[in-house]
Design a protein. Structure first.
Length: 318
């Protein structure tokens, strides 16, 4: 597995986007967009439909060539460089695309092995199998999910399989594009728990595109808001709420935003009542990595977390 570069100071941004411009024909998507992502945080990225959240992610990971601007990841520029030049950078991130993007003709285990085979072609089959099994269980899938094909999985299991593939190379940085879209509230809450557990136990930084207010409240350290072709604000939800931008106010203070807050408050109260010892340990930082890892290895599908199930009206979110 890769040895990660320890030369950079911890407070240097893990992603730095400066002056980004993207356009398709005469449609300008981003203009002079700046964004910094801090090491170890879960940064939620929100914005109206079509504001360019996915295009931003694709620009950062090199799948979209911007017309102007600079992108640095791990302190290294990523634009206008060959695939060969960026291979060491690309090994250090994992991506879960919208919808999972699993190869339908490969099993779950084979999907997880794709990045391993790409970047480490000399790994022997036994080791590939072992790593894939570990990642499958790590994301809360049953151990027998490995030989299954994507068509045999539920929507939530597909997301977990996509996440297992994104984690195949032990990345430092994880990109998640609408990971809870289409999941029922319980499955979505479980996926949030898993993401948070991965951040805590593996020290991951997460760039998380979402429309899901519950996710923002439950697990994001900061939120970046895309509007007017750029990032108009980045901060905690409380910091964003102090701004009087109409989209921000409508988004966080509208009925769905208020329901998400109420849901989080119910969830926190229930957790405190049900697990007073665990809550005390978490608050004082005493919970061991092992027990947290065990939690997500068991899968968190039984956790409700009081999500605002009724808010969407359909029971599905996203
Ligand atoms: N390859 C492309 N060619 C032309 N237009 C594109 C391309 N990719 C994206 N766009 C356009 O760029 C705009 C932003 O798309 P993007 O997918 O980033 O939006 P988004 O904010 O992620 O939206 P949503 O929340 O609906 O997923 C859209 O108008 C889209 O049609």
């Amino acid at each position: 597995m890769p040895q990660h570069n320890a030369r950079r100071p911890d407070d240097a941004p893990i992603i730095k986007v400066t002056g980004l411009r993207n356009e398709f024909g005469d449609q300008v998507i981003h203009d002079n967009l700046d964004l910094e992502v801090r090491r170890g945080e879960i940064l939620g990225v929100v914005g109206g439909s079509g504001t360019g959240k996915s295009v931003l992610m694709r620009s950062i990971i090199g799948l979209q060539s911007p017309t102007q601007g600079e992108v640095e990841v791990f302190g290294e520029p990523t634009l206008d460089r060959s695939e060969h030049d960026t291979v060491e950078i690309r090994k250090r991130w994992g991506v879960l695309f919208q919808g999972g993007a699993l190869f339908s003709t490969l099993t779950v285990a084979e999907n997880v092995q794709v990045p391993l085979r790409e970047f480490y072609p000399d790994l022997d089959l036994a080791l590939l199998d072992e790593i894939a099994s570990y990642k499958v269980v790590m994301t809360g899938l049953p151990a027998d999910a490995g030989p299954k094909f994507p068509a045999e999985l539920s929507g939530g299991m597909k997301k977990r399989a996509g996440l297992a593939r994104a984690l195949a190379l032990d990345p430092e940085l994880l990109f998640l594009d609408e990971p809870t879209a289409g999941l029922d509230p319980i499955g979505a809450a479980a996926f949030d728990d898993l993401t948070k557990a991965l951040q805590k136990t593996l020290g991951l930084t997460v760039f998380l595109i979402t429309h899901d207010l519950d996710t923002l409240y439950a697990i994001c350290d900061r939120v970046a808001v895309l509007a007017d072709k750029r990032v108009i604000a980045v901060g905690t939800i409380d910091e964003l709420l102090a701004l009087d931008h109409p989209w921000i106010q409508e988004y966080f203070n509208g009925p769905r935003g208020r329901a998400a807050v109420a849901s989080q408050e119910r969830s926190a109260a229930r957790d405190a009542a049900a697990h007073p010892t665990e809550v005390t340990q978490l608050q004082s930082g005493q919970r061991s990595q092992g027990s947290m890892a065990d939690d997500y290895a068991r899968g968190a599908d039984t956790t409700d977390h009081g999500r605002s199930a009724g808010v969407t009206g359909s029971g599905e979110r996203g």
